[in-house]
Design a binder for this molecule. Structure first.
Ligand SMILES: Nc1ncnc2c1ncn2[C@@H]1O[C@H](COP(=O)(O)OP(=O)(O)OP(=O)(O)O)[C@@H](O)[C@H]1O
Ligand SMILES: [Mg+2]
Length: 279
């Protein structure tokens, strides 16, 4: 059997990870793949768009200890060919969300055979890699290809650089970096500046997604753009992104990417003109 396509999506908070994951999951499922979308975020908002705005029960809601629970009983069917599993987490300010993710990953590792019905696994992970729990999909060898969602904003690029640091760490052998998905805040960000950033890190640009109102409108309805605006540019871009990921275009071993040390990152920000001059 072919090895499943396993991707892990990281990026700064609010940058567009869940939007990207939900559209990828839907695009793959519509192409006939058997997809499991794993929401590794205590907010459990990954699958809202796939379930008409409803929130599936999370693992933390359903069970305290995972042992003794059948894998099938934890998964919610969102659409034909598309299942979701939300980790959930403790209430805000109480406990550790990363720990729930690590517990889930241990469970998945122990129940790997029950996941053999899926050919595509997508992990949507809260971006804070300072917390070791959120690195669990990589540490357990569950996710293989890391995709970074970043806008052109400094804080987002800073997180992207950190993710490259984590992916290139020697103890993450077997991790690959698929590329950066630029999800723009300002559509006039200079492509040359984004290309220079990705080239310096040694990663490809898998897609550039402009800000698009269809994405926001469809979110309000608990839909993807494939249902809400199927002929719009956002739908075409998400389809192209899924095709590039399926083909594993531009994927490189984690060991070959090169994060910037902090002083160099500060220099990059000072000298790159990210936005076109208004003058
Ligand atoms: N290209 C885009 N154009 C317009 N709106 C977008 C775009 N990408 C994302 N958004 C909107 O931005 C908001 C944040 O996106 P999303 O929830 O996907 O981010 P996230 O990285 O998953 O956030 P978090 O870190 O909180 O989980 C959502 O309202 C989403 O609809
Ligand atoms: Mg999210």
């Amino acid at each position: 059997m072919r090895r499943p396509l396993t991707i892990v999506v990281y990026g700064k908070g609010g940058v567009g990870k869940s939007t990207t994951c939900a559209h990828l999951a839907m695009s793959f499922a519509r192409d006939g793949r058997k997809v499991l979308l794993l929401g590794c975020d205590p907010k459990a908002d990954t699958s809202l768009r796939l379930m008409g705005g409803r929130r599936p029960p999370t693992i933390v809601d359903m069970v305290t200890g995972l042992e003794g629970h059948e894998f099938r009983s934890l998964v919610t069917n969102a659409r034909a060919g598309l299942d979701v599993l939300e980790t959930g987490g403790p209430p805000p300010g109480q406990g550790c969300g990363g720990r729930s993710v690590a517990t889930l990953c241990q469970y998945l590792e122990d129940h790997a055979r029950e996941m053999s019905g899926y050919d595509t696994l997508i992990f949507d992970v809260l971006g804070d890699l300072v917390c070791g729990g959120f690195v669990a999909p990589l540490r357990f060898g569950l996710g293989r290809d890391v995709y970074i969602v970043s806008s052109e904003e400094t804080a987002s690029l800073f997180a992207a650089n950190n993710i490259v640091k984590v992916a290139s760490a020697p103890y993450h052998e077997g991790v690959f970096v698929g590329g950066i998905i630029f999800n723009l805040r300002q559509n006039d960000a200079r492509p040359e500046a984004l290309e220079a950033f990705a080239a310096r890190l040694g990663v490809g640009i898998t897609a550039v997604l402009p800000r698009d109102r269809d994405i926001l409108e469809s979110e309000e309805l608990g839909l993807t753009v494939f249902e809400h605006a199927p002929r719009g540019p956002a739908a075409a871009r998400f389809r192209a992104l899924a095709a590039a990921i399926e083909a594993r275009e531009g994927v490189v071993p984690g060991a070959s990417v090169k994060p910037m040390p902090a002083p160099e990152f500060a220099e990059y920000v000072r000298h790159q003109k990210i936005y076109r001059s208004r003058g």
